[in-house]
Ligand binder design. Structure first.
Ligand code: ATP
Length: 220
Protein backbone atom coordinates (compact mmCIF):
# COMPACT_ATOMS: atom_id res chain seq x y z
CA UNK A 1 0.00 0.00 0.00
CA UNK A 2 1.26 3.47 -0.89
CA UNK A 3 2.49 5.44 2.10
CA UNK A 4 0.01 8.27 2.61
CA UNK A 5 0.32 11.55 4.46
CA UNK A 6 -2.29 12.34 7.09
CA UNK A 7 -2.91 15.41 9.20
CA UNK A 8 -4.94 14.76 12.35
CA UNK A 9 -6.35 17.82 14.12
CA UNK A 10 -7.53 17.48 17.73
CA UNK A 11 -6.01 14.86 19.98
CA UNK A 12 -8.85 13.73 22.22
CA UNK A 13 -9.55 10.00 22.49
CA UNK A 14 -10.85 9.77 18.91
CA UNK A 15 -8.12 11.83 17.26
CA UNK A 16 -5.41 10.02 19.21
CA UNK A 17 -6.77 6.61 18.14
CA UNK A 18 -6.92 7.69 14.48
CA UNK A 19 -3.43 9.23 14.49
CA UNK A 20 -1.59 6.44 16.30
CA UNK A 21 -3.30 3.70 14.30
CA UNK A 22 -2.46 5.36 10.96
CA UNK A 23 1.15 5.62 12.12
CA UNK A 24 1.25 1.98 13.23
CA UNK A 25 -0.07 1.05 9.79
CA UNK A 26 3.04 2.62 8.26
CA UNK A 27 1.79 6.04 7.18
CA UNK A 28 3.16 9.50 7.77
CA UNK A 29 1.11 11.28 10.42
CA UNK A 30 1.28 14.85 11.60
CA UNK A 31 -0.84 15.39 14.73
CA UNK A 32 -1.80 18.84 15.97
CA UNK A 33 -3.65 20.26 18.94
CA UNK A 34 -3.88 23.64 20.62
CA UNK A 35 -3.03 22.15 24.04
CA UNK A 36 0.61 21.46 24.73
CA UNK A 37 0.02 18.47 27.00
CA UNK A 38 -2.00 16.69 24.28
CA UNK A 39 0.78 17.24 21.76
CA UNK A 40 3.44 16.02 24.22
CA UNK A 41 1.48 12.90 25.05
CA UNK A 42 1.47 11.63 21.46
CA UNK A 43 4.84 12.87 20.20
CA UNK A 44 6.58 9.46 20.15
CA UNK A 45 3.66 7.72 18.50
CA UNK A 46 3.38 9.74 15.25
CA UNK A 47 5.77 11.27 12.69
CA UNK A 48 5.52 14.92 13.77
CA UNK A 49 3.48 16.98 16.21
CA UNK A 50 2.71 20.67 16.37
CA UNK A 51 0.87 23.01 18.71
CA UNK A 52 -1.50 24.96 16.46
CA UNK A 53 -4.85 26.71 16.72
CA UNK A 54 -6.48 24.93 13.80
CA UNK A 55 -9.14 27.60 13.28
CA UNK A 56 -6.33 29.83 11.97
CA UNK A 57 -6.21 29.37 8.20
CA UNK A 58 -2.75 30.90 7.86
CA UNK A 59 -1.35 28.52 10.49
CA UNK A 60 -2.79 25.57 8.55
CA UNK A 61 -1.32 26.88 5.30
CA UNK A 62 2.04 27.28 7.06
CA UNK A 63 2.15 23.57 7.95
CA UNK A 64 1.44 22.74 4.29
CA UNK A 65 -2.10 21.42 4.69
CA UNK A 66 -2.51 21.17 0.91
CA UNK A 67 0.22 18.50 0.77
CA UNK A 68 -1.66 15.97 2.91
CA UNK A 69 -3.69 13.21 1.27
CA UNK A 70 -6.26 13.34 4.06
CA UNK A 71 -7.00 15.78 6.88
CA UNK A 72 -8.99 14.46 9.85
CA UNK A 73 -10.76 17.06 11.98
CA UNK A 74 -11.25 15.25 15.28
CA UNK A 75 -12.61 18.08 17.39
CA UNK A 76 -15.89 17.01 18.97
CA UNK A 77 -17.42 18.89 21.86
CA UNK A 78 -16.30 22.35 20.70
CA UNK A 79 -18.66 22.53 17.72
CA UNK A 80 -17.64 26.06 16.80
CA UNK A 81 -13.94 25.14 16.65
CA UNK A 82 -14.84 22.02 14.64
CA UNK A 83 -16.75 24.00 12.00
CA UNK A 84 -14.24 26.86 11.83
CA UNK A 85 -11.38 24.39 11.48
CA UNK A 86 -13.15 22.60 8.63
CA UNK A 87 -13.74 25.90 6.81
CA UNK A 88 -10.13 26.96 7.41
CA UNK A 89 -8.79 23.59 6.21
CA UNK A 90 -10.77 23.71 2.96
CA UNK A 91 -9.89 27.39 2.37
CA UNK A 92 -6.21 26.63 2.94
CA UNK A 93 -6.35 23.99 0.21
CA UNK A 94 -6.91 20.67 2.03
CA UNK A 95 -7.68 18.00 -0.57
CA UNK A 96 -9.88 15.63 1.43
CA UNK A 97 -11.29 16.48 4.85
CA UNK A 98 -12.89 13.93 7.16
CA UNK A 99 -14.72 15.43 10.15
CA UNK A 100 -16.06 14.06 13.39
CA UNK A 101 -19.55 15.31 14.30
CA UNK A 102 -21.21 14.89 17.67
CA UNK A 103 -24.76 15.08 16.31
CA UNK A 104 -26.78 15.15 13.12
CA UNK A 105 -27.16 18.93 12.98
CA UNK A 106 -23.37 19.36 13.16
CA UNK A 107 -22.97 16.71 10.45
CA UNK A 108 -25.24 18.70 8.14
CA UNK A 109 -23.39 21.95 8.79
CA UNK A 110 -20.01 20.26 8.21
CA UNK A 111 -21.23 18.85 4.90
CA UNK A 112 -22.50 22.30 3.89
CA UNK A 113 -19.16 23.97 4.62
CA UNK A 114 -17.27 21.46 2.50
CA UNK A 115 -16.38 18.38 4.58
CA UNK A 116 -15.74 15.49 2.17
CA UNK A 117 -16.77 12.87 4.71
CA UNK A 118 -18.40 13.14 8.14
CA UNK A 119 -18.36 10.42 10.77
CA UNK A 120 -20.33 10.28 14.00
CA UNK A 121 -18.35 7.72 16.00
CA UNK A 122 -20.84 7.17 18.82
CA UNK A 123 -23.83 7.04 16.49
CA UNK A 124 -22.09 4.94 13.80
CA UNK A 125 -20.74 2.48 16.37
CA UNK A 126 -24.17 2.22 17.98
CA UNK A 127 -25.75 1.36 14.63
CA UNK A 128 -23.04 -1.20 13.89
CA UNK A 129 -23.35 -2.83 17.31
CA UNK A 130 -27.13 -3.10 17.01
CA UNK A 131 -26.83 -4.69 13.56
CA UNK A 132 -24.13 -7.05 14.78
CA UNK A 133 -26.28 -8.14 17.75
CA UNK A 134 -29.25 -8.86 15.50
CA UNK A 135 -27.18 -10.38 12.66
CA UNK A 136 -23.97 -11.85 14.15
CA UNK A 137 -22.93 -13.16 10.73
CA UNK A 138 -22.96 -9.88 8.87
CA UNK A 139 -19.46 -8.90 7.79
CA UNK A 140 -19.63 -5.32 8.97
CA UNK A 141 -15.86 -4.90 9.14
CA UNK A 142 -15.98 -4.42 5.39
CA UNK A 143 -17.18 -0.86 5.10
CA UNK A 144 -19.53 -0.55 2.16
CA UNK A 145 -21.14 2.58 3.54
CA UNK A 146 -24.10 2.63 5.89
CA UNK A 147 -26.64 1.46 3.31
CA UNK A 148 -24.94 -1.77 2.22
CA UNK A 149 -24.05 -5.04 3.87
CA UNK A 150 -22.44 -8.39 3.22
CA UNK A 151 -24.25 -11.12 5.12
CA UNK A 152 -24.44 -14.86 5.44
CA UNK A 153 -27.84 -16.31 4.61
CA UNK A 154 -28.55 -19.84 5.80
CA UNK A 155 -30.48 -21.66 3.14
CA UNK A 156 -33.82 -23.04 4.25
CA UNK A 157 -36.29 -25.07 2.21
CA UNK A 158 -37.44 -21.81 0.65
CA UNK A 159 -33.97 -21.22 -0.77
CA UNK A 160 -33.29 -24.45 -2.61
CA UNK A 161 -32.48 -25.04 -6.27
CA UNK A 162 -30.08 -23.67 -8.83
CA UNK A 163 -28.98 -20.06 -8.53
CA UNK A 164 -30.53 -19.48 -11.94
CA UNK A 165 -33.95 -20.67 -10.73
CA UNK A 166 -33.65 -18.90 -7.40
CA UNK A 167 -33.08 -15.66 -9.33
CA UNK A 168 -32.13 -13.77 -6.16
CA UNK A 169 -30.78 -10.74 -8.01
CA UNK A 170 -34.07 -10.00 -9.71
CA UNK A 171 -36.30 -11.06 -6.83
CA UNK A 172 -34.43 -9.40 -3.95
CA UNK A 173 -31.73 -7.19 -5.49
CA UNK A 174 -28.83 -9.09 -3.91
CA UNK A 175 -25.73 -10.59 -5.47
CA UNK A 176 -24.43 -14.00 -4.34
CA UNK A 177 -20.65 -13.78 -3.94
CA UNK A 178 -19.97 -17.18 -2.36
CA UNK A 179 -21.72 -20.46 -1.67
CA UNK A 180 -20.64 -22.56 1.31
CA UNK A 181 -21.40 -26.26 1.44
CA UNK A 182 -20.04 -27.63 4.71
CA UNK A 183 -16.32 -26.84 4.66
CA UNK A 184 -16.29 -26.23 0.89
CA UNK A 185 -16.52 -22.68 -0.34
CA UNK A 186 -17.35 -21.78 -3.91
CA UNK A 187 -16.36 -18.21 -4.72
CA UNK A 188 -18.42 -16.42 -7.41
CA UNK A 189 -20.73 -19.39 -7.93
CA UNK A 190 -22.21 -20.09 -11.36
CA UNK A 191 -25.87 -19.99 -12.34
CA UNK A 192 -25.99 -23.81 -12.47
CA UNK A 193 -24.70 -24.24 -8.91
CA UNK A 194 -27.37 -25.70 -6.70
CA UNK A 195 -28.26 -24.52 -3.24
CA UNK A 196 -29.48 -27.08 -0.71
CA UNK A 197 -30.99 -26.63 2.75
CA UNK A 198 -28.27 -25.89 5.34
CA UNK A 199 -25.90 -24.41 2.75
CA UNK A 200 -24.79 -20.85 3.37
CA UNK A 201 -24.94 -18.06 0.83
CA UNK A 202 -22.77 -15.00 1.18
CA UNK A 203 -24.63 -12.12 -0.40
CA UNK A 204 -24.04 -8.41 -0.91
CA UNK A 205 -26.78 -5.83 -1.30
CA UNK A 206 -28.50 -2.87 0.26
CA UNK A 207 -29.53 -3.35 3.88
CA UNK A 208 -33.14 -3.29 2.72
CA UNK A 209 -32.72 -5.98 0.06
CA UNK A 210 -30.63 -8.18 2.34
CA UNK A 211 -33.24 -7.88 5.10
CA UNK A 212 -35.94 -8.86 2.62
CA UNK A 213 -34.05 -12.00 1.65
CA UNK A 214 -33.28 -12.94 5.28
CA UNK A 215 -36.92 -12.53 6.26
CA UNK A 216 -38.02 -14.59 3.29
CA UNK A 217 -35.52 -17.35 4.14
CA UNK A 218 -36.51 -17.45 7.81
CA UNK A 219 -40.28 -17.42 7.21
CA UNK A 220 -40.69 -21.15 6.81
P1 ATP B 1 -12.99 12.50 22.47
O1 ATP B 1 -12.33 12.44 21.12
O2 ATP B 1 -11.99 12.41 23.57
O3 ATP B 1 -14.14 11.58 22.58
P2 ATP B 1 -13.98 15.08 21.84
O4 ATP B 1 -14.11 14.72 20.41
O5 ATP B 1 -15.14 15.75 22.49
O6 ATP B 1 -13.63 13.88 22.73
P3 ATP B 1 -12.56 17.27 22.51
O7 ATP B 1 -12.09 17.10 23.89
O8 ATP B 1 -13.72 18.14 22.23
O9 ATP B 1 -12.72 15.87 21.92
O10 ATP B 1 -11.42 17.89 21.59
C1 ATP B 1 -10.53 17.15 20.91
C2 ATP B 1 -9.22 17.89 20.93
O11 ATP B 1 -9.29 19.00 20.05
C3 ATP B 1 -8.79 18.41 22.28
O12 ATP B 1 -7.54 17.84 22.60
C4 ATP B 1 -8.67 19.91 22.05
O13 ATP B 1 -7.55 20.47 22.73
C5 ATP B 1 -8.47 20.01 20.56
N1 ATP B 1 -8.91 21.28 20.02
C6 ATP B 1 -10.06 21.96 20.29
N2 ATP B 1 -10.08 23.12 19.61
C7 ATP B 1 -8.94 23.18 18.88
C8 ATP B 1 -8.39 24.12 17.96
N3 ATP B 1 -9.02 25.26 17.65
N4 ATP B 1 -7.19 23.85 17.40
C9 ATP B 1 -6.52 22.72 17.70
N5 ATP B 1 -7.00 21.78 18.55
C10 ATP B 1 -8.18 22.00 19.14
Amino acid sequence: MKRQQYLVIGLGRFGTAVATTLYQLGHEVVAIDEQEENVQRIMNQVTHVAMVDATDERALAAIGIQDFDVVVVAIGADVKANILTTVAAKSAGARYVVCKAIDDMTRRVLEKVGADMVVRPEHDMGVRLARKLVRPHSFDDIDLGNDYAIVEVHATQRIEGSLRDLNLTNRFGVQVIALKKGSQVRITPKADDRVAEHDTLVVVGTIESVEKLLNYAENT
